[in-house]
Design a protein around this ligand. Structure first.
Ligand code: OAD
Length: 243
């Protein structure tokens, strides 16, 4: 059962923002980062997710990303991604995601801000050209730029680099009436500031996460369960109430 006050907020809201993290894609078979079996476990972050690591050993970094691309290519959006895409028909809804897997767009969402880039994009370290590249597995590691032959890198944000579109993310955050915070440990900044910023602008915060996070201390509503299970309940309640 969902609380009446959440249902009431959902029935009156127009502007909704969803901050998503790796947990929303966990049920699509993509490992999260932290905790047992997490993606960073076994991979020294400084070797595979920093500019310095890439400059030292682009081969190793590309092997790591090639493996992730192979895994992500097999993954399908789950009900949480799909329901969020459907909710674009009900709300002025934006997704701000830390994920690079592209599953929100694959589910049909159009309003997506990708703070950490996208694993299907590559960027030339020489001429700066950016393009989508869906080759799985990559034929050449490390891949080279078609235009200038320069070394390509994944167009994703590494540690120490600025995130993409943070101004847009803040604008959306400051205007929303409800923010869903789904499947993020809220430990990586600046994404982790967004729920607090939304809350201080008066938005209701709905956290969906089987584990407690720093957001739990001020969230207005908490679903201690998986993303698909919570989103099914929420969507069903909205639909029943609007019939
Ligand atoms: P984390 O791996 O830090 O956290 C994943 C969160 O998802 C945890 O809080 C889990 O409890 C939760 N979770 C697990 N399964 C879930 C499920 N089925 N439904 C809902 N929640 C679930 O991932 P992020 O917070 O996304 O950055 O990590 C943020 C950033 O740290 C990533 O974007 C990445 C990483 O370093 C970069 O690479 C720049």
């Amino acid at each position: 059962m969902m609380s009446d006050s959440l249902l009431n907020a959902l029935l009156h809201a127009k502007k909704v923002v969803t901050l998503t993290g790796a947990g929303i894609s966990a049920e699509s078979g993509i490992p999260t980062f932290r905790g047992a079996g997490g993606l960073w476990e076994g991979y020294p972050v400084e070797k595979v997710a920093t500019v310095e690591g890439f400059e030292k050993d682009p081969q190793l970094v590309w092997r790591f990303y090639n493996e992730r691309r192979v895994n992500i290519a097999k993954a399908a959006p789950n009900d949480a991604h799909i329901i969020l895409a459907k909710m674009e028909k009900i709300y002025d809804l934006w997704i701000i995601t830390q994920n690079i897997d592209g599953l929100h767009q694959k589910a049909g969402s159009r309003n997506v801000v990708e703070l950490h880039g996208n694993i299907w994009r590559v960027r030339c370290t020489n001429c700066g050209r950016v393009e989508y590249n869906y080759e799985v597995p990559l034929r050449e590691i490390p891949p080279r730029c078609k235009r200038c032959g320069g070394l390509l890198r994944p167009d994703v944000v590494w540690f120490g680099e600025p995130v993409y579109d943070i101004n847009k993310a803040y604008q959306l955050t400051e205007k929303c009436e409800i923010m869903f915070v789904i499947g993020t440990s809220a430990q990586v900044y600046p994404a982790a500031y967004l729920p607090r910023a939304a809350w201080s602008h008066g938005a209701k915060i709905v956290e969906i996460n089987p584990q407690e996070t720093p957001v739990s201390s001020y969230a207005d509503f908490i679903f201690r369960e998986s993303a698909t299970s919570a989103m099914r309940k929420i969507y069903q309640a909205i639909q029943e109430a609007s019939q």
